[in-house]
Design a protein around this ligand. Structure first.
Ligand code: NCD
Length: 306
């Protein structure tokens, strides 16, 4: 039985296969409409979510399966003090596969150890978010044709932004990918991610503060929200929340073929005027998210569709 905790749990070949399947599902949804008949997905969400939970649920429903679960810790037995280990044992009795989001780093990993069903990490604290990465990779590959040979700028909260951490991990395995990390000093990448980058020989990266300086050289700009819920005090959050705002004026510095990604939810970091710019791909990401999660559910349940 396999779980998905970090993008590194999948080989590059498996990632390719998942993206191919997701593209096939997108083109021929009817072929997959009953692939999960009789199967159940549990969504165990201890932290707020719109896209991830709904897209997991939509994924299972479009495969013909059913879903159950909870959308916040307060409405689950966690409020009574139940451990993650016990909750997943219970979910294993009712479901065939589970997606778990938790505010504590490592919680889905603990769940995986006690589960009788595959567990997918749907975001653990400020740590990892592998299925958002699948969504990001699929979007980049579909627009650019490949995941090699690019310069990606990651901007915003690189300290607490788990989507950034997972995406870096995944991209480090492709050829000739270089990174520009754009953040205020307080929100730079955590040391463990810097160590991971340094352990990959030949990988180029720079850390800068000004978005305008980085923009002209980028193939991809990955914007992120300042992660309010992970700050220790409100004052720091208020000071940093609007540090970067991508607007039309700034986009003039970017290339015509640069793409803008964002895992969403957006707060102020991308002005709505950018939404109609053909370079804005963040709503495509949302759509791709459902298809790639469909492909992932099939893979982890070992279901082949001919
Ligand atoms: C992200 C997350 O939960 O980490 N959202 C998502 O799943 N699309 C990004 C965020 O909350 O800022």
């Amino acid at each position: 039985m396999r779980h998905l905790m970090t993008p590194l749990d999948l080989s590059v070949e498996e990632l390719d296969k998942l993206m191919d399947t997701a593209e096939d599902i997108k083109e021929q949804p009817d072929k997959y409409a009953h692939a999960c008949d009789g199967r159940v997905l549990a969504t165990l969400f201890y932290e707020p979510s719109t896209r991830t939970r709904l897209s997991f649920e939509a994924a299972m429903l479009h495969l013909g399966g059913k879903t159950l679960g909870f959308a916040d810790a307060g409405s689950s037995s966690a409020a009574k003090g139940e451990s993650v280990a016990d909750t997943i044992r219970v979910a294993s009795c009712f479901a065939d596969i589970a997606a778990m989001r938790h505010f504590k780093e490592g919680a889905p990993m603990v769940a995986a150890q006690f589960a009788q069903i595959p567990v997918i990490n749907a975001g653990d604290g400020g740590h990892q978010h592998p299925t958002q990465t699948l969504t990001d990779l699929m979007t980049m590959r579909s627009v650019r044709g490949s995941l090699s040979d690019m310069k990606i700028g990651m901007c915003g909260d690189l300290k607490f932004g788990r989507t950034v951490h997972s995406l870096i991990r995944a991209l480090l395995r492709y050829n000739n990918v270089s990174f520009v990390f754009i953040s205020p000093d307080e929100l730079r990448l955590p040391d463990y991610m810097i160590e991971e980058l340094d352990s990959h020989e030949g990988v180029e990266y720079t850390e800068v503060t000004k978005l305008e300086d980085a923009l002209p050289e980028l193939d991809v700009l990955y914007m992120t929200r300042v992660q309010k819920e992970r700050f220790f005090n409100e004052e720091d959050y208020v000071r940093l929340k609007d540090f970067y705002i991508l607007d039309s004026r700034k986009m003039e510095h970017a290339r015509e073929d640069m793409i803008v990604l964002h895992p969403l939810p957006r707060v102020n970091e991308i002005a709505v005027e950018i939404d109609n710019d053909p370079r804005a791909k963040y709503f495509d990401q949302v759509k791709n998210g459902m298809y790639i999660r469909m492909a992932l559910i099939l893979m982890l349940l070992e279901i082949q569709v001919k």
